[in-house]
Every structure is written in structure tokens, then in C-alpha cells.
Design a protein around this ligand. Structure first.
Ligand code: EPZ
Length: 418
């Protein structure tokens, strides 16, 4: 087991390059199941979740070659399997993303049902209902999804909730379906849009990527392509808050500013200076953090994956802020750990009322999920004294060497084995 130890108070100054996007790379890797020819991807982040999806693909007979840093060559000509086992799916819910491509390419799939999650029940009913609308026969038994289809047929799908991986699964399934599919109330996240771009580069006919209305004309087969994965907007947002919490001055290279409007607007409202010269984004913090209210929403609203991080920022703001979580029903687990560091937060149903305090104090805290762990590292950077963050394996799922990047800009942070 490992822990991260942080001595707070250092101002962060310098350059940080943003890594490739986890939530973009995962569906793109799953989409290679649909390809008849090899694909090559660049700017692939070095993350535990990427290692997991590679194992899921290898388990299906797909060859993933990682010769150069950040480059993955994925050859699915050896695709032979149709199962994603519990042992892999339990470590990463996003493994569900192989379901749609497997039904579409192999006509069958056996995928473990993702279990519960710290941040919410997270059912996949909309994925399954959408696949049934394309003609799949779905049965749930022994904790697995058993799906069969004798060739999917285009259909009309209305999503009750603009589910991100649900939209991605159905878009991939429809790419090889016979005829036209329309997905209404689709997720508009930049990662969904990038998946549509990659599928179209493979030969798919998808329009409306990144909008709430997707139209997909099925094709007989998809080829291979070469693509550079976009930078991770949540990593960039997390580092912007780090600059704000430490009165820092960070230059973020390869920062996807165009997909961060809601985040940048809120951080500027709170007093952070954020400027771009087209190449890099400069973020300058000061010690007059203003309190702002935040409501998480599907894109282009404020991302739920930045909720815990902006909550830490508001812990040191002047005044009261209300943070409402509308996407997941149980995403305030980090609150009790932040309270251990002296934060003043009251939770009432899906809102957290944060009263700004002068200072946080270092403490031993425990990470419970990916973004909660990032918020505890941020709190440690701002706190007086030493913070120890346990269960950092959560952090490694979605942040590419975060503490090494922070050390390079002056943070007093290290990782130790326990
Ligand atoms: C994606 O999860 C992201 N994961 C999550 O990032 C992110 O928090 C989430 O979208 C919301 O932005 C990946 O892209 C791999 P949803 P996903 O389906 O697709 C309900 C991170 O930190 N719902 O859009 O699983 C669901 O319960 C992770 O990087 C149904 O009811 O999220 C939730 O309340 C965490 N039925 C809401 O929709 C369904 O069939 C949104 O979930 C599907 C979803």
C-alpha cells in the first residue's frame, strides 16, 4: 500500500503539461473491437484504468502494443472472445463500454454487471434499454449481462438521462447496425464528441457528435485509424484549483480550455486569474478567494468530476457557498475527510453548505474515490502542517503522476510505501 505525504504552504510556480484524457481514451480503446484493421493512438495517459481496459481487450484476444511512451497500437484482428469477467469489471465500471461493440461485432456478449460505486448506484438500465431498441436480446443472470443479436438494426432511442458511457456504448453499437439510428437527449461531453470523431475516422457515419441529437447511419465494417487523444479537462481543472489554493502561478501546457468554460467561469468568479495565449494557459491565484455557488450538471454544465476540487477551494473562500450535486446521489464522501482538516461544511440532501475558514490543518485522511482523492491532495497543498493521504490507488486510476508534476512546480509532496 502507498500513501502520499504533503507539507502544505508552498506556492506552486512553473509549467505543467496536461496528460491525455482518461474518459476519452477508455471508450476509444473499447471502440477498437469494431475495427477490422489496427489502430494507433497517441497521447495515451499512463493510468491504472488504461491498464485495466488493456487487460479487458487482451482477454478478448485483442493485441495491445505499447512500445513508445504514450503510444498504443491496438490490433483486433485476433478478436475471439466475447466476455468481460467480473474480476476486471469490478475494478473499473467503464469496462461496460465493451458491451455495445461486442454485440455489434460478434453478435454476442457476456459482460459482468458493474456493482455499486462509492458515488452512487450507477445503474446501466439505459445502456441495456438502448441496445434492446437496436434488436439485442438481453438477459441478466448470475451477476452478468448476457446479450445476443442476429445483426443489430437501426432504431430510435430517447435517453431519460444524458448518460455519458450509455451514449458512447449505443453510438458504438449503432455504428455497425443495419440502417439509421437516432439517439435523442444524448450526452454532449467532449469525450463523447471525440469518440464520434474517431469512429468516423474508422469509416463510421455519425453526425451530431457533441450535441444532444446523434444520427448514425450503420456501415458494414470499420477500418483502422491513427488518432491523438485530447488532453484531460478534469486534470487541467484540478491543477487550476491547485494554483488558486497556493497563491500559485502555473502555466498549463496542452490545456483543453475550450472544454472548460463552466469551470473557468466559476474559478474566475471566485477570483482566479486565468489567461490563455493560445498555446498555454496561465493561472494565477491570490489570497482573496471569493465564495461562489456551484451546481453540477451534464456538459456543458459544471462537471461533477470537479465538484470535490472546487469544494476545497470554497473551504478557504470568504463567505458561504452552496455546492449542489445533481448528477450522482452520493458524491459528498470527501466532506467528512475535509472536516477532519478543519473545513466547515454542512450537508443537506444534495447540497453542501461551505463556510470559508482562514486555514485548513494537515491531518491523516483517507481517499474513497478518484476525485475525492484529488481533493484531499489539494487540501493538503493548502493546509498548515503535514497531511497523509491513504488509499492513493484511487488517484492513480485517473491522474498521470500527479505528485511528480506537483513536485516540479514546488510542492512538498512525496509518496511512501506503508
Ligand atoms: C461518466 O460516467 C464518467 N466516466 C464519470 O467520470 C463522470 O462522473 C460521469 O460520466 C458524469 O459526467 C467515464 O467516462 C468513464 P453517467 P458514467 O452514465 O457514464 C444515471 C471520473 O471521475 N444513469 O453519465 O457512468 C447515473 O446513475 C468518473 O472520471 C442511469 O440512471 O456516468 C448518474 O446518476 C466518475 N442509468 C447519471 O445517470 C444508466 O443506464 C449520470 O451517469 C446510466 C446512468
Amino acid at each position: 500500500m502507498e500513501k502520499i505525504i504533503i507539507e502544505g504552504g508552498a506556492r506552486l510556480i512553473g509549467d505543467i503539461a496536461i496528460s491525455g484524457s482518461k474518459n476519452s481514451a477508455l471508450p476509444i480503446f473499447a471502440s477498437t473491437i469494431l475495427s477490422q484493421s489496427p489502430n494507433t493512438f497517441h497521447n495515451v495517459p499512463n493510468l491504472r484504468d488504461i491498464a485495466t481496459i488493456q487487460k479487458v481487450l487482451a482477454n478478448l484476444g485483442i493485441r495491445v502494443t505499447r512500445k513508445k511512451k504514450g503510444v498504443a497500437r491496438i490490433d483486433s484482428s485476433g478478436l475471439s472472445g466475447h466476455e468481460a469477467p467480473y474480476d476486471l469489471v469490478k475494478t473499473m465500471r467503464a469496462s461496460i463500454l465493451v458491451l455495445g461493440p461486442l454485440i455489434s461485432r460478434r453478435g454476442k456478449a457476456v459482460v459482468s454487471l458493474p456493482g455499486g460505486c462509492a458515488i452512487g448506484a450507477r445503474p446501466v438500465n439505459l445502456h441495456l434499454r438502448g441496445l434492446e431498441a437496436l434488436g439485442a436480446k438481453i438477459e441478466l443472470k448470475h451477476g452478468y449481462i448476457y446479450a445476443k443479436a442476429n445483426g443489430l438494426k437501426g432504431g430510435h432511442i430517447y435517453l431519460d438521462v444524458p448518460t455519458v458511457t450509455g451514449t458512447e456504448n449505443l453510438m458504438m453499437a449503432a455504428a455497425l447496425a443495419q440502417g439509421k439510428t437516432v439517439i435523442e437527449n444524448a450526452a454532449q461531453e467532449p469525450e463523447v464528441e471525440e469518440l464520434a470523431v474517431v469512429l468516423n475516422k474508422m469509416g463510421a457515419k455519425i453526425s451530431g457528435g457533441g450535441t444532444s441529437l446523434l444520427e448514425i447511419d450503420g456501415v458494414d465494417e470499420l477500418g483502422g485509424t491513427e488518432h491523438t487523444i485530447m488532453p484531460d479537462r478534469i486534470e487541467a481543472g484540478t491543477l487550476m484549483v491547485a494554483a488558486g489554493l497556493t497563491q500559485g502561478n502555473l502555466r498549463l501546457m496542452n490545456c483543453p480550455l475550450s472544454s472548460l468554460d463552466a469551470v473557468v467561469n466559476k474559478l474566475q468568479e471566485a477570483g482566479l486569474e486565468i489567461q490563455s495565449d493560445g498555446e498555454t494557459v496561465t493561472v494565477v491565484g491570490n489570497n482573496r478567494i471569493r465564495s461562489v455557488d456551484v451546481k453540477t450538471l451534464p456538459y456543458p454544465g459544471f462537471p461533477t468530476d470537479m465538484q470535490a476540487q472546487i469544494m476545497v477551494f470554497m473551504c478557504l473562500a470568504r463567505g458561504l457557498s452552496v455546492i449542489s450535486e445533481t448528477v450522482f446521489e452520493n458524491r459528498f464522501i470527501h466532506v467528512s475527510e475535509l472536516r477532519r482538516m478543519g473545513a466547515d461544511i454542512k450537508v443537506e440532501s444534495n447540497s453542501a453548505i461551505v463556510s470559508g475558514v482562514k486555514q485548513l490543518s494537515g491531518a491523516q485522511v483517507m481517499a474513497t474515490d478518484l476525485r475525492a482523492s484529488a481533493s484531499l491532495v489539494l487540501a493538503g497543498l493548502a493546509a498548515e502542517g503535514i497531511t497523509e493521504v491513504a488509499r492513493v490507488y484511487h488517484l492513480d486510476r485517473g491522474y498521470d503522476q500527479l505528485e511528480k508534476k506537483l513536485v516540479r512546480v514546488g510542492a512538498q509532496i512525496k509518496r511512501i510505501k506503508t
